[in-house]
Design a protein around this ligand. Structure first.
Ligand code: UN1
Length: 507
């Protein structure tokens, strides 16, 4: 396949790198199979402890030097990374689509998201602002400044195999940190492709070897990182279960973690909604990325007066969905990541039925020519109540739960009545409803939208959520502060030393 060649992906690829150098490792072989056609794309090698140590030591040895680069100079390098990603958008988008299974449109969208964060980071590199305060003492000045942390490790998930890494990496670099990336072991080749693109830009700019590192591996490598006191910040995307373990380990050494975990996102469809517009938001939210986004719409909370009309529209729209090869732009829905995910989808459907869910659109595995990988499933819709155990749980698959409400208070309570708190939306043309949803007593999520679905957040806003979503914020707004340490400075430019709080201490 031409895109693999363009990206320098081979049949066998080393998996540990400090930039331009690729390090030998005796770790396990990680094979990458495409969920699109079940074929093996290539393989890589996980880091063993020695290779991991080599990476950490190299990264540590250059951290101080990189910090001395003025932030706008680091930003200039990130600007060039963005340009390189523009050049590689087509092959990289195709690899994302082929290795992960999302539609080609979404594969390109993911690379676009990388380009967008680079642009944002370039501007930010001149805006790492601290505040100044007025001192209570005469001839004193107070201000705060932001310093780099050191090494930032980034653990990313298969569903956004490149974009979420870039949100972290682009900001971490302009903030003066080095990064060590552990991509998902389900999408390792995306990591290799990106490593090569960035290495070329970094080398051209004489960025020290070790600022951008790659460490392939499974859970074990993540554990090394969480225990490693040389890594001040571990940023991780994945399941709530993983996040709970990782954050406990990082907290035990008083390190920082930045978590982006599960969502159980709902759209409230009010009787005052534009139903045609709501339909697009709901269907894309539920079936985009085959239901494998953290921001996927998992629940629709529909006003009882429009429930039948809206669910009829949904059922009709689902009948038109084309499931198949995501690289063929005629298709809407690609495969799930692997057959383990298919089994979880099937088990969730079983549990939903056993708990009383009534299917309006039946699910099931798609078989036949073109579906040999066994990873293609039918997006389905079940009518439920919010309290069902399966509805409270995030299943990474295109299963949409619909439920009825009669008052907005009740709808908001249902929207908030799950353990997760990532994204939420209301479809309404009624100002009072919209504002109530956005008020402090409204949605409890990190993201709350009006007349937009739950997925597809832009890079400029802070991304993340509350409760079991983990509380972290990445990408825009002031999320950069997570990658720096704050220092408060008080300077006395007078000729006496008055103490704060009026304390007298004379010698
Ligand atoms: C994720 O699913 O982990 O808002 C990230 C969105 C995308 C990012 C999703 N911009 O759907």
């Amino acid at each position: 396949m031409q895109f693999l060649e363009q990206l320098g992906i081979q049949t066998a690829n080393k998996g540990v790198s400090t930039g331009t150098k690729w390090i030998e490792s005796n770790g396990a072989t990680i094979d990458s199979f495409s969920p699109v056609d079940g074929k093996k794309i290539g393989s890589t090698v996980a880091a063993d402890k020695a290779a991991y140590e080599q990476v950490i030591n190299q990264s540590l040895s250059v951290a101080k030097e990189w910090q001395k680069w003025p932030a706008p100079k680091r930003g200039e390098v990130v600007r060039q990374v963005g340009d390189a990603l523009r050049q590689y958008k087509e092959p990289l988008g195709k690899l994302v689509s082929y290795e992960m299974g999302k539609s080609l449109q979404e594969g390109y969208g993911e690379v676009q998201e990388m380009i967008d964060i680079c642009d944002l980071a370039v501007g930010l590199s001149r805006q790492l602002f601290g505040q100044t305060m007025h001192s209570e003492r005469p001839t004193h000045r107070m201000y705060e400044q932001w310093h780099p942390l050191g090494i930032v490790s980034i653990i990313s998930a298969f569903n956004f195999p490149v974009a979420v890494w870039s949100w972290n990496a682009a900001l971490a670099w302009i903030c003066g940190n080095t990064t060590i990336w552990k991509p998902s072991e389900k999408t390792p080749l995306c990591g290799i492709a990106v490593q090569k693109i960035v290495a070329e830009v970094f080398a051209k700019n004489n960025v020290p070897e070790g600022v951008n590192c790659l460490v392939q591996g499974a859970r074990e490598v993540g554990e090394w990182m969480s225990k490693d006191t040389r890594i001040p910040l571990v940023s991780a995307t994945g399941s709530t279960r993983m996040g709970k373990e990782l954050s406990a380990t990082v907290a035990a050494r008083l390190g920082k973690s930045l978590l982006e975990l599960g969502g159980n996102n709902a759209i409230i469809v009010s009787q005052h909604a534009d139903l045609d517009m709501s339909l697009i938001g709901a269907v894309f939210g539920a079936v985009g990325t085959a239901g494998q986004r953290c921001t996927t719409t998992r629940r629709l909370i529909i006003h009882e007066s429009v429930f039948d009309t809206f669910t009829a529209k949904l059922v009709k729209a689902y009948a038109q969905l084309r499931i198949g090869d995501p690289l063929d732009t005629k298709n809407h829905v690609g495969p799930l990541i692997d057959t383990a995910a298919v089994n979880m989808y099937l088990s969730a459907i079983e549990q939903c039925k056993a708990q009383g869910g009534k299917f309006l659109v039946e699910g099931g595995v798609v078989t036949g020519p073109g579906y040999e990988s066994g990873c293609y499933v039918k997006p389905c819709i079940a009518e439920v109540t919010n309290d069902l155990a399966i509805v409270q749980h995030e299943t990474f698959a295109p299963i949409l739960y619909v439920m009825k409400y009669s008052t907005l208070d009740e709808a908001i309570a249902m929207q908030n009545g799950v353990p997760q708190g990532l994204s939420s939306a209301i479809m309404t043309l009624n100002l009072r409803e919209a504002e109530q949803f956005l008020s402090a007593q409204g949605s409890d999520c990190g993201i709350a939208n009006v007349n937009i679905g739950t997925s597809g957040a832009e890079i400029g806003g802070a991304f993340g959520g509350e409760k079991e979503t983990g509380g972290g914020r990445e990408s825009g707004s002031d999320a950069w502060k997570a990658y720096m340490r704050r220092q408060t400075n008080t300077i006395n430019w007078g000729n006496s030393l008055p103490l704060a709080q009026g304390i007298q201490f004379d010698l």
